[in-house]
Design a protein around this ligand. Structure first.
Ligand code: NAD
Length: 478
């Protein structure tokens, strides 16, 4: 497969650098060739998006929703094929990847149906004979910049509400999710999305990012990725007073209290930490355990982790696959080396046959570090967790909040009073009790506090607020 841009309804080969995409589960396998864009391609995409916006914005939301319904049906019909391509491109285990594609189908249907929801408020006027109300209007041309770790769901949770609200989109997917992005754009083409409404620009962030953010036709930016990149993008948008949202990194804690259901907590913490090889912004990466159950809990956790084996992503039984790319492998391997040097290793999973030629990292559980250590402080984005003992609930909350990030946090307890205190006091945008830190549903608001987010929200109704501007209207009728 070869990547192409989709700009103004045309499939075009950009003239920038090329990258051969290799399967992270089996590096000898080529998945395709990715051709990167130049700044000229970005210029062209912005112009196409501007040209299309007036017509698209003038359609009824229900008509725009019809396109999303058609795209949902096509994506569902292609579920197996899209999931396999994405698994081969970035290494997510196939069973998990199929679930992600289905989430994309649900997202498209959810936002399609929003086309006929009543929106706005009538506001009583202090003058008689005046009707005063709010309405929502499109922002215009929106740049959507996405990461590789959810190659289907994250793009769709931005593109679907952006389109439904009447915006046109320039989509720049991550380098290591480019081939999957082409397939998704093809499905939008088959869904008869009008020319220029969605424009796909395959490219390297450091090469075309500035041109995209400086594009004169741009009205808004929605970004998901690392905190370092996101903060730079926020600065660029603020200089131009563009509306923006940045969803960024996490260092999510799961807190286990002495009355927790240990079997439930272990299963959810293992899932939260090791599915997607720990490469979720909401992945559990710190486990804080009340001291009185520390021994019992860590024994059960270690037993579970020791039983996990890394295995190729396309094997339907695989729980933990490879990490996504050479860059990811080097970064995570450096943290594993740090753990071997500075930490006590509590548990380490194994490797199944066939994992000699891929970016496999065995799951690792470490302890003996305090909150200032890089392994406890920094986002690793790999299958490594640090366990910290806590004296009591107050100490656990203190440790949970001892991070610059604030994306997701979980508590395991049967004590309703402490559960409510945790939901109030944990400094995270998504707070959960007896649930894993990952897995927030598509109809619920998604986003973080502190350095994890620019404090807007994605998914659910919140996304519609981001992708539209509120107008206050007043009309004298007598
Ligand atoms: P990244 O920041 O390296 O890249 C994200 C996207 O930004 C890519 O498309 C990349 O090409 C682009 N980019 C890079 N430099 C740019 C620039 N100067 N201008 C414009 N675009 C640029 O992140 P990544 O490695 O792809 O993804 C992993 C990170 O994403 C992790 O930190 C993870 O926590 C975060 N993430 C956050 C959420 C969330 O909702 N909070 C969800 C998923 C992933």
């Amino acid at each position: 497969m070869e990547s192409r841009n989709w700009i103004g309804g045309e499939w075009l080969y950009p003239s920038g650098e090329e990258m051969v995409a290799h399967d992270p589960s089996a590096l000898q396998e080529e998945v395709g060739v990715v051709r990167f864009s130049t700044k000229d391609d970005v210029t062209q995409a912005g112009e196409a998006a501007r040209l299309a916006q007036r017509g698209w914005g003038a359609l009824t939301p229900a008509a725009r929703g019809d396109c999303l319904f058609r795209a949902a049906g096509l994506l569902e019909a292609s579920l197996a094929e899209v999931a396999e391509l994405a698994s081969r491109e970035m290494g997510k285990p196939i069973t998990e990847m199929r679930g992600e594609v289905m989430r994309g189908v649900h997202l498209l249907r959810y936002y399609a149906a929003e086309g006929v929801r009543a929106i706005g408020n009538v506001i009583p006027s202090n003058e008689s004979g005046v009707l005063q109300y709010t309405k929502r209007v499109p922002l215009g041309v929106t740049a959507v910049i996405t990461p590789w770790n959810f190659p289907v769901a994250i793009p769709l949770w931005k593109i679907a509400p952006a389109l439904l609200c009447g915006n046109t989109v320039i989509w720049k997917p991550a380098e290591h999710a480019s081939l999957t992005a082409v397939r998704i754009a093809e499905l939008f083409e088959s869904a008869q999305l009008p020319t220029g409404v969605l424009n796909l620009v395959i490219g390297q962030g450091h090469v075309i990012g500035d041109a995209l953010l400086a594009h004169k036709e741009l009205d808004a930016v929605s970004f998901t990725g690392s905190t370092a990149t996101g903060m730079g993008i926020a600065q660029q948008c603020a200089r131009r007073n563009l509306k923006y949202q940045t969803e960024m990194g996490g260092k999510n804690a799961a807190v286990v209290l002495k009355d927790a259901d240990v079997a439930q907590a272990v299963a959810m913490i293992v899932s939260g930490a090791f599915r997607s090889a720990g490469q979720k912004c909401t992945a559990t990466s710190r486990v804080i355990v009340e001291r009185s159950v520390y021994e019992m809990f860590t024994e059960a956790l270690c037993q579970a982790v020791n039983n996990i084996q890394v295995a190729p992503a396309l094997d339907p039984g695989t729980y933990l696959g490879p990490v996504a790319s050479a860059g990811q492998y080097e970064k995570v391997a450096s943290y594993v080396a740090m753990a071997r040097r500075d930490a006590d290793i509590l548990a380490e999973g194994g490797a199944a046959p066939g994992t000699d030629h891929g970016y496999y990292v065995r799951p690792l559980v470490v302890t003996g570090l305090d909150s200032s250590h890089p392994l406890i402080r920094e986002e690793i984005f790999g299958p490594v967790i640090g366990v910290l003992p806590a004296d009591d609930f107050e100490d656990a909350i203190r440790l949970c909040n001892a991070t610059v990030y604030g994306l997701s946090a979980s508590l395991f307890t049967r004590d309703l009073r402490l559960a409510h205190r945790f939901l109030d006091e944990a400094e995270a945008g998504m707070v959960r009790v007896n649930q894993e830190t990952a897995g927030v549903e598509y109809q619920a608001a998604f986003g973080g506090l502190k350095w994890s987010s620019s404090h807007t929200r994605e998914q659910g109704q919140a996304a519609l607020e981001f992708y539209s501007a509120l107008k206050t209207c007043a009309i004298r009728y007598d």
